[in-house]
Design a protein around this ligand. Structure first.
Ligand SMILES: [Zn+2]
Length: 251
C-alpha cells in the first residue's frame, strides 16, 4: 500500500471503502486521473463527515486553504467521493477546503500540483495534466449530477506548475545513489532532469522529509538515465530508473 507526500496522516474512525464484488482496493495501474472537488466547507467539517458511518462519503486527501495536506486513506483504497464505482476506481479524489465563489488559494494550487506529480510517479496510467485526461472534476465523472467543484479549481495554474521546465525541489520523485568509490546522490525531477544534490547525508534528509523512493546504482547505470526528458514524461523517468536499477531499495 502506498502513501504520497502529506502533512498529516488522518485516517477516519470508520472504514468506508470499496464495493461488494470489487473489493476495497485497486491497483495503482487502474488510476487514470485526479478528481479535484470543492469541499463546500471548512476544516472543522472534514473529519466529522469522514467519521460518520451514516454518511456515504469518504475521500483519500483534503487540502486546506493554507495548502496543508491531510491524507485519510492510502492511494490504492477505493473511496466514495466521485459519484459512481467507475469514477471511484479510476479517480483519485481530493477535497479542497472552501466554498463556491472563491477560487482555490495559491497554496492549494501548489498542493494540487504536488499531488498530481506524486501520483504521476507511481501510477503508470495516470493521464497527462489536461482536463478530461489526467485532470477531472466531480460534475464530469459523475455525469453532471453535481455542480462540484463550482469553478473553484484553477486547472491552468496547476498545469503550469506541473509542467514547469525547472521542477522545484519538492516536486522531485526519485533519489539515486551512485556507488563508485564515493557515494553521490542524484534526484530525477518532475521533468526527468537528473541533478546532483550531494552525498549520503543529503540523501538521508531527503528520504526523511519527502519519503521518496531511493535506489543504489552504479556509475554506469546513473549515466544511462537521461539528463533531460520532456515535461509530462515523468513515468518514462520512473521506468528507466526501475528497469536500470532492478528496484533495489536503498533503505
Ligand atoms: Zn465533489
Amino acid at each position: 500500500m502506498t502513501l504520497i507526500r502529506h502533512d498529516l496522516w488522518a485516517p477516519p474512525t470508520v472504514d468506508k471503502r470499496g464495493y461488494p464484488g470489487i473489493g476495497k482496493t485497486r491497483a495503482l495501474a487502474q488510476i487514470k486521473h485526479v478528481v479535484y472537488h470543492s469541499a463546500e466547507g471548512w476544516r472543522g467539517n472534514i473529519m466529522p463527515i469522514q467519521n460518520d458511518p451514516n454518511r456515504e462519503a469518504s475521500w483519500p486527501m483534503t487540502v486546506l486553504l493554507d495548502g496543508t495536506k491531510w491524507m485519510h486513506y492510502q492511494v490504492e483504497d477505493i473511496c466514495w467521493i466521485n459519484g459512481n464505482p467507475t469514477a471511484n476506481i479510476e479517480g483519485f479524489g481530493v477535497e479542497f477546503e472552501g466554498v463556491k465563489g472563491t477560487p482555490i488559494t495559491d497554496a492549494q494550487v501548489k498542493a494540487g500540483a504536488e499531488i498530481y506529480t506524486d501520483l504521476k510517479a507511481i501510477c503508470p496510467n495516470l493521464g497527462p495534466p489536461i482536463l478530461g485526461q489526467g485532470f477531472e472534476e466531480h460534475r464530469r465523472v459523475s455525469g453532471g449530477a453535481t455542480t462540484c467543484p463550482n469553478d473553484r479549481i484553477r486547472w491552468s495554474d496547476i498545469r503550469a506548475l506541473v509542467t514547469a521546465p525547472l521542477p522545484k525541489e519538492e516536486d522531485d520523485m526519485f533519489i539515486i545513489t551512485e556507488t563508485d568509490g564515493q557515494k553521490r546522490v542524484y534526484v530525477v525531477g518532475g521533468c526527468g532532469r537528473k541533478r546532483y544534490v550531494g552525498g549520503p547525508a543529503e540523501l538521508g534528509v531527503f528520504v526523511h522529509i519527502a519519503k521518496l523512493p531511493s535506489y543504489n546504482v552504479t556509475s554506469a547505470q546513473a549515466a544511462a538515465i537521461p539528463d533531460e526528458l520532456q515535461p509530462g514524461n515523468v513515468t518514462v523517468a520512473g521506468a528507466v530508473v526501475a528497469a536500470e536499477l532492478k528496484k533495489k531499495d536503498w533503505r
